[in-house]
Design a protein around this ligand. Structure first.
Ligand SMILES: Nc1ncnc2c1ncn2[C@@H]1O[C@H](COP(=O)(O)OP(=O)(O)OP(=O)(O)O)[C@@H](O)[C@H]1O
Length: 327
């Protein structure tokens, strides 16, 4: 006699079903709109940050970046639109507790030491963070030697580092950084870049608002460009910038060389300059090509990597609109 499969409680089955689904994005929003008086600040913005993904938010002054971030965090009430953080409504304290935030403008209580500021935020978040981990986060942001100094005595860059420590100390699943390097020296900027990459390696999602386009280009998986409150463009760097190409200055080009070039990618020629659009990010394609060209007797004078920079792309998108910036 065969036995019927054991009936499971419906709630167990539902929990199993949910556990089998991919995790909800770290940030999901749609149709976000905000007006201040009659002036639109944000008009119908939607964006997604996947788990462990680093997304850059770019755009000119007044484009609406900080307003979007504040609406995501429930700090500004949207006129319309929906926000989910880590799969829960942004207003749900359970999701907010898993989010680290570095605001664009902030001032910590000047009478508190760096260690006390971090302790205060750990208490406010309700997270269980050991004294060693609190100390470690201050060291991570370069304040290990200043933990006992009052925040009021810190330089702007040191305040910003303290802000990063506060954003990171409760081990969030999502970190939102609004201009995290605006006050930092070049070394500090590189440190923050490495820090963002280490967060990504740990599966932490990051939404990064920065005017430093090179910084965004180096660390972000995807970029969302805002202009006049709307999404002007969004995509991976490959989608926004197109494929890589290489420009070669060649002489003594015998027959058959064009075929070898074409085997690497689509070729265009201007005099002695050959531009090859590389098919993918195959790191060996260019050295292999140069080796073969030299083997075929070609004299290779120059090999220049080419790809439109994110800065050029951004300016192209923003200048495309003939309308002047709203006063
Ligand atoms: N509290 C406010 N009251 C009135 N207008 C506001 C307020 N906050 C923002 N705005 C307006 O909303 C628009 C978007 O501002 P927001 O700060 O979001 O831009 P941003 O892209 O972050 O700019 P920036 O790069 O200069 O920081 C601007 O026109 C700004 O003047």
């Amino acid at each position: 006699m065969t036995r019927a499969p054991e009936a499971r409680a419906p709630e167990t089955a539902a929990a199993e079903l949910l556990a089998g689904l991919p995790p909800s994005p770290a940030v999901w929003c749609t149709g976000l709109r905000k007006r201040y008086g009659r002036r639109p600040a944000v008009e119908g913005v939607g964006l997604t940050v996947g788990r462990g993904e680093v997304v850059g938010l770019l755009g000119p002054n007044g484009a609406g970046k900080t307003t979007v971030i504040k609406m995501l965090l429930g700090l500004v009430r949207p006129d319309a639109g929906e926000v989910l953080l880590l799969g829960r409504p942004a207003t749900d304290p359970a999701s907010r507790a898993r989010v680290g935030y570095l605001p664009e403008l902030f001032r910590y209580q000047p009478w508190l030491t760096a260690a006390e500021v971090v302790d205060l935020h750990v208490r406010l978040s309700g997270a269980d963070v050991s004294a060693a981990d609190r100390r470690a986060v201050l060291t991570q942001v370069g304040l290990g030697a200043r933990t006992g100094d009052r925040a009021g005595t810190f330089s702007k860059g040191m305040q910003q580092r303290l802000g990063l420590a506060v954003a990171l100390v409760a081990r969030p699943d999502l970190v939102i950084l609004d201009e995290p390097t605006s006050a930092l020296d070049p070394v500090g900027r590189v440190e923050v870049r490495d820090l963002v990459l280490s967060l990504k390696a740990r599966g932490v999602a990051v939404l990064l608002n920065s005017h430093l386009i090179g910084e965004v280009e180096r660390v972000c998986d995807r970029v969302v460009i805002l202009d006049k409150g709307r999404v002007a463009a969004a995509g991976t760097l490959l989608e926004l910038l197109g494929q890589h190409e290489v420009r070669l200055h060649l002489t003594d080009v015998p027959a058959g060389v064009e075929a070898r070039l074409a085997a690497t990618g689509t070729v265009t020629r201007e005099g002695n300059w050959f531009t090859v659009a590389l098919r993918d990010d195959d790191e060996g394609a260019v050295p292999d090509l140069v080796r073969d060209l030299v083997g075929l007797g070609v004299r290779v004078h120059a090999v220049e990597p080419g790809r439109i920079s994110l800065e050029e792309r951004l300016l192209g998108i923003l200048r495309h609109d003939p309308e002047e910036a709203t006063p």
